[in-house]
Design a binder for this molecule. Structure first.
Ligand code: HEM
Length: 467
């Protein structure tokens, strides 16, 4: 459907946002009210009672989203001066800072914002303790700034203060999401994914706080490296991974209208493998259980991601709407990166690589920039325009002409950004493995262009709130 939808067709199926009404709305906005996809989605929406977790207060998720996109803007400006760090030691304070700008500044901020918006809908229960959720942002932002300044060569006290503030924000988030989980009427596979992820976040962040305080006081001594390794694995493998996979099952099946085709048993097995693998690997690294146990943990993560990939590709094949969807290329690159990261991780242990081998930097790069940040971009291209449409245009649809969902951003720019981002991702993964001059700078330029495309499109979507 192109151009503006005729005014007399405007009877949007969007009320309080339950996942099924959202699904119906998505079909309606993308294809128009008479599409079979819309009718199928709408009848399923009618079957489900509206969920109380209505989108009402968007300022809470927006604050986190703006923090995440603001940090991405900063990164787009500074990539060219930082990718050379991929060729140095993983313990370089500047790399540690760069990593946390990426993880806490972009991934953490977007996940917190998206969770506050979407988990009440997915878990069918209103957001528990919205005030505490709002407070978490007020702790998160100053904590993030103080922490990353302290982690580079800033005053050591900033590291401790920033670490404690951000840890407090994490605890508030865990408390809120934990209460939502407790109140959820059903415990499906997404519930278990979120529960596993939140537990790993609480544990991994506690190890992070210990590391931050120890950098200041030095009490961890010989345990520093094992604690660092366990922190990294729990954050990336235990928290980000099950959260991405659990939410992806819901979102991808919603975007493609294949919810009834999702194989819950595969999803549950995937969770056992990825979360079980991450905890096994973290415990092995922390307690020194040996290469065999570490390799087994890494292999389990890999097997879980294979299962996830097979499931998502199957949903894409079964999708009703055959036209290419903008989130798909992002999701495919994200999954390929996750698989490559987990494959290299396993291979690194099997081949007995030492702690200072560049392969670990490649694994971290693929996990952070490839697996997490690329998937986040793909989801943002669907969720941002959808929420904007729902709030800005759904109330006036039928009374005046409103744009279609895909007209809220430039699809060409999105795909050009995807191509640039993917090139930067691949070049960045090569950087630690070669001494070829120019590779880090080329990677940086590509990533900056890719990030700029997301930011420009984000601004374009955001401009609809001002009209
Ligand atoms: C409460 C929040 C966090 C705190 C307090 C924290 C703290 C730290 C500290 C202090 C280090 C350096 C340890 C050392 O040099 O001895 C570190 C390393 C690391 N953290 Fe975090 N962290 C937090 C959140 C995260 C998150 C959310 C992620 C990923 C999603 C993450 C990923 C990493 C990685 C990959 C490294 C290793 C970086 C490298 O070796 O270059 N951290 N963390």
């Amino acid at each position: 459907m192109n151009g503006h939808t005729p005014v007399d067709e405007m009877t949007p199926p969007v009320g309080p946002l339950s996942s099924s009404s959202a699904r119906a709305g998505l079909a309606w906005v993308e294809e128009g009210p008479s599409s079979p996809r819309h009718h199928r989605a709408e009848s399923s929406a009618r079957r489900t009672a509206p969920t109380p977790g209505a989108p009402g207060d968007l300022t809470l998720p927006m604050r986190f989203m703006v923090t995440g996109l603001g940090t991405l803007t900063l990164l787009a400006l500074v990539y060219p001066w930082h990718l050379e760090l991929l060729r140095g030691s993983f313990y370089d304070p500047h790399l540690l800072t760069f990593v946390h700008v990426n993880t806490l500044g972009v991934i953490g901020a977007v996940i917190f914002g998206a969770s506050y918006q979407m988990l009440p809908i997915v878990l069918q229960t209103p957001l528990a303790a919205p005030r505490l959720a709002r407070l978490s942002w007020w702790l998160y932002l100053p904590g993030l700034i103080a922490f990353v300044i302290g982690l580079g060569h800033g005053p050591a006290a900033l590291l401790g203060v920033g670490g404690m503030l951000i840890y407090a924000a994490v605890l508030l988030y865990v408390w809120v999401i934990g209460n939502n989980l407790r109140a959820a009427p059903t415990r499906d596979t997404t519930w278990w994914h979120v529960a596993a992820a939140t537990t790993a976040l609480a544990t991994g962040a506690s190890l992070g706080l210990l590391l931050a305080l120890s950098k200041y006081v030095g009490f961890l001594a010989g345990l520093t490296l094992p604690t660092l390794a366990a922190h990294v694995v729990l954050m990336l493998g235990g928290w980000v991974t099950p959260l991405l996979t659990g939410v992806a099952y819901r979102l991808v099946s919603m975007f493609t209208l294949t919810e009834d085709r999702l194989r819950e048993t595969w999803a549950t097995r995937e969770l056992w493998l990825t979360a079980g693998g991450a905890w096994t690997l973290a415990a092995s690294l922390l307690l020194g259980l040996g290469t065999f146990v570490s390799a087994a943990g890494a292999a389990a993560i890999l097997a879980g991601l294979v299962l996830f990939g097979v499931q998502i590709v199957r949903l894409y094949r079964l999708r009703l709407r055959r036209s290419p969807d903008v989130h798909i290329p992002f999701m495919l690159v994200s999954m390929a990166s996750g698989l490559l990261a987990a494959g290299l991780l396993t291979w690194g242990f099997v081949s007995g690589r030492g702690p200072f081998d560049p392969i670990w930097i490649v694994v971290g790069w693929l996990a952070i920039v490839g697996w997490a940040q690329t998937a986040i971009q793909g989801f943002l291209y669907k969720i941002g325009p959808f929420l904007t449409w729902l709030h800005r245009y759904a109330p006036v649809a039928g009374l005046q002409r409103v744009p279609m969902l895909e007209q809220l951003y430039s699809r060409r720019l999105a795909l050009a950004g995807w191509a640039a981002w993917t090139s930067g991702l691949l070049l960045g993964a090569l950087a630690p493995l070669t001494t070829l001059e120019g590779v880090p700078v080329a990677a940086a330029v590509c990533l900056s262009l890719g990030a700029a495309a997301v930011i420009l499109n984000g601004a374009r979507v955001g401009s609809h709130w001002l009209r």
